[in-house]
Write a protein of this length. Structure first.
Length: 198
């Protein structure tokens, strides 16, 4: 229904008698109220989280059968592929190469590190940062590798951290923010279009 409303809105005339359509690569969505935030880390309702995933994406997603799939990474970390340590406390994410934000800047591990720092920054009013409190450290040995170390083994880590779960915290572009304090950041009114392009 939302898509039908958006398409109808995009095709409405503006008093000229001729239909007007969005420019190529533009998506216009009509909703009955403004979203609570265009920043996925500050969104608290499922509708807004859905909107925010048009701007930024997660490392891990789910398919129609609710199976984990890589989104911004090359493969989902598992013990079998060596990306989860034998003790279950270290997870390695390998970022896809060639992914760029809408302004042309590449996605790197620094963006993941910035997003993590913003999630655990007490100045930001998050409702669901508990999963990230299980992380003892996050390191970025190179631009395409993120290493997460947990305080203790946690079976749900890959399904919850930087993943499409109840709260989908998409990866923010580090260069678009002055600090990890996100309230009032310019992103709220001018996010980087869709966020990421493969």
């Amino acid at each position: 229904m939302l898509l039908a409303t958006a398409l109808a809105s995009a095709g409405c005339s503006r008093g000229t008698g001729q239909a007007r359509y969005a420019a190529p690569h533009d998506l216009r969505i009509a909703d009955e109220a403004d979203p609570s935030s265009l920043n996925p880390l500050l969104a608290h309702d499922q509708v807004t989280i859905g909107f925010d995933l048009l701007f930024v994406q997660t490392l891990v997603g789910v398919d129609a059968a609710n199976r984990l799939v890589p989104v911004l990474i090359t493969r989902v970390p598992t013990r079998a592929n060596g990306d989860i340590s034998r003790d279950g406390r270290t997870i390695v994410y390998h970022l896809r190469r060639g992914v760029r934000f809408a302004d042309g800047k590449p996605l790197t591990s620094a963006d993941v590190a910035f997003t993590f720092a913003a999630i655990v920054d007490p100045r930001n009013p998050f409702l669901s940062e508990d999963a990230y409190r299980r992380v003892s450290s996050l390191s970025t040995p190179d631009p395409h590798t993120v290493v997460v170390r947990l305080h203790a083994p946690w079976n749900a880590a890959v399904r919850e951290l930087f993943a499409q779960s109840d709260f989908a915290f998409g990866i923010l572009p580090r260069h678009a923010f002055a600090s990890t304090s996100l309230r009032g950041a310019p992103w709220e009114s001018t996010p980087l279009a869709r966020g990421l392009f493969a």
